[in-house]
Design a protein around this ligand. Sequence first.
Ligand SMILES: [Zn+2]
Length: 67
Amino acid sequence: MSTADESEAISCDACNAPIDGEPAGSGLLVFPRGDRVHYEEPPLCKDCALAIGITALCRFAEQEEEG
Ligand SMILES: [Zn+2]
């Protein structure tokens, strides 16, 4: 009797896999635009977060893992 509303479901930005709950991590994308730099942190699934997270390890080190 539960209504699953998938409209608010989060999907991985890299492989489009559905993410249950909170995203495992987020990739950090940097888009240099002229004088400014635009940052984006798309949600990633566990696998992609792991793969991409390696490159952003220095940033993750600041927050460490949760649980
Ligand atoms: Zn993914």
